[in-house]
Ligand binder design. Structure first.
Ligand SMILES: O=C(O)[C@@H](O)C(=O)CO
Ligand SMILES: [Mg+2]
Length: 249
């Protein structure tokens, strides 16, 4: 089985943020991710991670107002200054927290100008932080209307064009299912580009078990392909988080 991480922005929400890393450890997870850690002082999160003894696998670049607000700035023409400001902030947090990856969010945009802006901003970010692994994640537009990076082939083209060794694909199997209807085929085409994997069930974006996506087969495929990264549960638990984590065993 792969190594599993818990997305603490969605799991263990019964608990205060700083208590979630220890709860994830006690539940059997080997790592955690926090999409937007920016509401807490970095050193307090770092202490909570150290107490739990778990690595932080991922943070996102900061949209200013996540709830219904912007979805990032990397592909927004004219948003370069904002992007750079946010990216530097993410980098500071990543350094304090020891975050293994930063997911660079594209934002809501479309067209060739957005594509070129995305490529330029990613190239700048990858060169600015050559030691920091970065990811981009195709996200389905049912959940995030208008999001620029809504296609795996587009992500592959962007990654090839930027060509930076510290920039890779974040493969969210839930989004892959909603975008292509074929998680296994999408992994076969693009899995070699992936540095991080996320999972959730469909329908409902609940636990990755028992829905339309065959997770036992997907996890077996990750193992047989030698995927060495983490697989993070990024879903809305149906009930209490601890009651639905049988999928990691
Ligand atoms: O799948 C998602 O929605 C996340 O991984 C993300 O980064 C955007 O919030
Ligand atoms: Mg995701």
């Amino acid at each position: 089985m792969p190594r599993f991480a818990a997305n603490l922005s969605m799991l263990f929400r019964e608990l205060p943020v700083l208590e979630r890393p220890a709860a994830a450890r006690d539940a059997g997870f080997a790592g955690v991710e926090i999409l937007f850690p920016y509401d807490e002082p970095g050193h307090l999160i770092r202490q909570a991670l150290d107490r739990a003894g778990l690595p932080l696998i991922l943070i996102n670049t900061p949209p200013p107002n996540w709830t219904g607000g912007d979805r990032g700035f990397a592909a927004i023409p004219g948003g370069e200054e904002r992007f750079r400001h946010d990216f530097r902030r993410a980098l500071r947090y990543a350094q304090v927290l020891g975050a293994r990856h930063i997911h660079v969010m594209a934002g809501v945009a479309g067209g060739l100008e957005a594509r070129d802006t995305f490529i330029r901003n990613l190239a700048w970010a990858a060169a600015t932080a050559p030691e920091q692994p970065l990811t981009i994640e195709p996200i389905n537009t049912h959940d995030m209307p208008g999001y620029f990076l809504d296609d795996f082939d587009l992500a592959a083209e962007v990654l090839d064009t930027v060509g930076a060794p510290n920039l890779a694909l974040q493969f969210d199997a839930y989004h892959a299912h909603r975008i292509t209807g074929d998680v296994m085929g999408t992994w076969a085409a693009h899995g070699h580009r992936a540095a991080h994997v996320q999972v959730a069930g469909y329908p409902g974006r609940h636990e990755p078990a028992g829905g339309e996506i065959d997770y036992p087969a997907f996890f077996a495929r990750l193992d047989s392909d030698g995927y060495a990264g983490f697989v993070s549960g990024e879903y809305a638990p149906e009930g209490r988080t601890g009651d639905g984590i049988g999928w990691i065993t």
